[in-house]
Design a protein around this ligand. Sequence first.
Ligand code: NDP
Ligand code: OXD
Length: 308
Amino acid sequence: MTFLYKADPARGEQWARLFAQKAPELAFRVWPDVGDPATVRYLAAWMPPDDPTRTLPNLQVIFSVGAGIDQFDLSGVPAHVPVVRMIEPGIVEGMVEYVTQAVLTIHRDLFDYAGFQQKREWREMPVRAAASRRIGVLGLGVLGTAVLERLRLFGFPCAGWSRSERVIDGVDCHAGIDSLDAFLGRTDVLICLLPLTDATRGMLNARVFSALPQGASVINVGRGAHLDQEDLLAALVSGQLDSAILDVTEPEPLPADHPLWTHPRVRITPHIASATRPESAVDVVIENIRLHRAGLRMIGQVDRARGY
Ligand code: NDP
Ligand code: OXD
């Protein structure tokens, strides 16, 4: 029985070493060294091969090596092959760190200080209390919840928005499209941690920006396609938005001449907010194989109808 890994080969070597220790009964292979395709039961991939069950006829489970699965073309994956996204402590820790630094960058005026430094200007901005900076997170799943739980410790008033009702201690939770404007109206720093689906594509657009208080900021750590980049530029020019921190763009990377690269109120990182950590991810994948063999639902099993 083979476990096939199809993503970054250097990480694949780390997965291979961990599988050899923790699940030696499985033959572990790194794409394109598939061996006999008929023996492959489990696939972990960032991008599965086209038509995966034709290439791997006895495939039983597809694991995403990332938290999102929007990059998968699920149309060719038969319903009997479950798709599992990555939920593991390393990815959560990384995201909490990244979003915390992004919020503090905005909160402590580091865009302004970067401008002053360029001009060799020693100039102070008034320090604003955390209690006066309202944070709002789109998406109250594994990552959005963990981010809010950390941010509220700084004293920021915290709110979140999701599809279904959620309850998170100390967080003002909103659910559904009818509550979106109320959520946006009280949000000074908007953080996107939604999955990319037909319902959320292009969601960070002029309409949403106009519902935020003037001078709000946006942090996009979901997917590039959540954001209408033209609308963002227009909102920065008009002053409706103050600044944006983007870990994801559309496309990735942005073309070299894209105006977002050089905008003084935009910071871009190359989709590094968080990444799966092999040491913790392999434990979760092995546990999921055990659950699958026992006929149980796996951790992070995707609801294909919902798209996440
Ligand atoms: P989850 O599936 O745990 O959470 C998704 C949340 O979004 C849920 O609260 C869900 O609502 C909400 N949601 C989904 N669709 C809608 C909608 N139409 N309207 C309102 N709310 C909606 O995902 P994670 O927290 O694990 O991950 C979120 C995303 O973060 C990933 O899909 C990925 O795109 C991105 N990511 C980015 C990384 C990076 O490095 N930049 C790294 C890892 C992830 P409900 O609670 O009702 O289901
Ligand atoms: C993920 C990502 O989805 O890396 O995990 O973006």
